[in-house]
Every structure is written in structure tokens, then in C-alpha cells.
Design a protein around this ligand. Sequence first.
Ligand code: SF4
Length: 442
Amino acid sequence: MKLFTKTFGCQMNFADSDEMARHFKKRGFVPTDDEATADAILVNTCTVRDLAEHKAVSFIGRLRDWKAAHPKNMIVVTGCAAERTKHEIKNRFPYIDLVVGAKDIEGFETELDDLLSRKSKFENRKSTLEPQPTSGQNLSFGFRAADLSPVVKYVTIMRGCNYSCSYCIVPSVRGREIYRPVAEILSDTAARVQEGAKEIWLLGQTVNSYRPNPAPFSGYDFADLLRDVAKTPGLERLRFISPHPYYLTPKLIQAMKETPQVCDHIHLPVQSGSNTMLQRMRRNYTRESYLDGIRALRQAIPSICITTDIIVGFPSETEDDYNETLSLVEEADFDSAYCFQYSPRPGTSAAALPDDVSQSVKEERVNRLLALTDGNGTRKARSLIGSEQTVLIEDDKGGGVFRGKTRNAWRLRIKNENLKIGDMVRVRVSSTHSRELHGEVI
Ligand code: SF4
């Protein structure tokens, strides 16, 4: 039996897909890259942006003929768009066999077994293994998250979000925060390292709000977890995504500084430089407190690379608000930024606000912002020419060309026949191409 998996969206979704694929695997399925010959298709959807949801829905629509040709095969649709449009999606595509929303992922294994016992082609596939129990604030995932590369692996530490940013659909489709137990995170990390991982990414929607419950862990927080995960024998690099600026505490900065395995890179979404917009977005920090955090990071870790997310054209954003964003970008001196034009998402509180910044103004603002952030990134990349960097080789492009990352997250390309994935090499940067560095092994 073959399973084809199609995932849309963020790292959390890729990690979830991996978990669900593992449940299929326990029931005798093997993965395939060819949807035409698959017996089951798993579509893990995203709804963060209209386009992401549209792509997932289009993909499901294109499965109509596949299902008509193989009525005994099955289609399982999961994730955030499935959560948001559960009933609509079932009515629109009646050939879907199972819909499991993002909030119900802990019950996926049971739902899958129910479905398998109802489908004659699969009825003997029910797993003999009991599903993992879950309860309250602590969640036992029991899964291996998606791999970035054979030597770089994800470990999910929490799900959901306790914030309610006015533009964001995540809290309503993923629910409130639930934390994975510390012991499980540590044993999962150790297992990944034994399998060959040299770099681990801790994943969570607001990863640094991690607070395991209940006591005896009271007072234990993300900074403590970073220090503990870093002690994993054989682990060389540790990263995390996505932190929230509110939880960028002095304790966390200190842990980052004092833990050699923690890489000097942070992706810290700011969204706007205007306090008026931040308040309307319900971000729970100000321009001043965000910049204080950046200054503290740079003071503690001078080599740190800081990247961010920015939204332009949020309802009522004036030219003055936008200029505040431009000035924050200059002051923060970001290494790169993902810049988005605001578009309302149904189900968010901002969707009730008038979308009153015209499309042409949004485009003009995002283009000016991109020119600024890209220019900054290019300038920073060029400043690294001639420097020496430690690079973890993550990808073999063929023909003796390899790609890897520096500790502070710059992508670096090397031509050298003697390398292999997993090598940690010293490299001198010789040139740049956009934001990619090129270099030679020293
Ligand atoms: S912190 Fe805000 S933007 Fe991030 S997932 Fe939570 S609600 Fe969405």
C-alpha cells in the first residue's frame, strides 16, 4: 500500500504531516512520490493566507478524476484549512474519505483506524499498536517530525497559540497552547542525533512561550529547555522558530549567549514599526520594547543574524505609520525580511475592519520595503567576503557542488569533490550571489 503526502504551509504543517505519515506507516503503508499509483493521498492544508488555502483546495479538486478511477482508494484531508472549512470542504468534495482539522490532530490515529475498518480495501490495516494517550496541557506526540536534511531535523515542542493577533487565523484553527513534556523532547532530540542529526530546530507557533505544566517544572521555561536540549551528546547546532518578541527575556538572551550549540540567528517577527498598528494588530509589544530586545541581542551576541516578518497595508495604515516601519527596519538593521501585503482572512477580528489601503498603495509600500531590506541583505552578504565561516554541509547538488549554512544562517555554496553531507568545514567566503554566499574550504 502506498501513501502520497501533499503538504501546504509552514514547518509546523510539515512536522504534522510527518506524524500522520508515521501512523500510516505503522499500518503497512510506504511513501511514494507518484500520486497516480498511490492507494491513499494525505493532503495537509494551510489557511494562513488566502493563496495557500486556494492552492490546497485546487489540489483537492484535481483529485476528483483520480478518485473516480480508483473509488476504493482513499483521500484524507487535514490541517488548518480543513479546520476552518470542515463542513464546506466535505460538501464541496464528497469524494474525500476523512477530514481531520488541525485541532483534532491528536485524535488522528483513532480516526484513521475507523476509516480503515470501513474501507474494504484497507480493512486489515488497522494498527495493533495503541494510540498515545493525551491529556490536558501536556501532549504526548510520539512522532518523528519532518526532516529538513539528513543532518538537520525538527523537534516540535508545542502546538497552538495563546495570542490573538487580529490578522491571524492560527489560534482559531490550532487552538490554545499545549506543551510537549520536557523528557519527551529530550529523548526525541537524542534519538534524532543518534540517527545522524547535527542540527536540531525546536518548533512552536510561539516557541519561546514554552512553559511545561504542571509542577515540578514550575518556573521552567524555554531558556531552561534550550540549555537542556543543548546538552544532548553529539548535538552540534541548535535553532528555534518562531519566537515571539514578548518572550525575548533577558533570561533567554543569556541562555542563547552562554550555550555554544545555540546558533547566532533569530527570526523575530516585528510586523510593523508603528505603535498604532502594533496595537491594532494586538501584538503585545511596542516599537520601543522590540528595539530594546534587538539591542540586547546584539550586545550579548555581536555576530547574531536577525531576520523578521513585516506586514504592510494593514487597515488604517497611514504613510506616517509606514514610515515608522521603514525607520524601524533601518534601526534594527535586519539581515533579511519576509514582507507581505495585508489581505483579510475570514474568521479573524481584523477581517471586520475596513480594508482601506488600496492595492496600488500596498504594492508600492511593499516594493519600497523590499528594496530596503534586500539592499541591506546584499550589503551584509558582501561584507562577509573574505571572512572565515564554519559551515554544516546539508545538501549535495551533484557535480561536486554542496550547500550548507553558516552558524548565523547564511546559505553557502561550495564546489569541492571531497565533501559529503554532514561535514562541518571551515570555509573562506569568496563571493556572493544575491543572499547566497560562495566559498572555498580552507
Ligand atoms: S503569535 Fe499572533 S501571528 Fe503568531 S500564531 Fe499566534 S496569533 Fe498568529
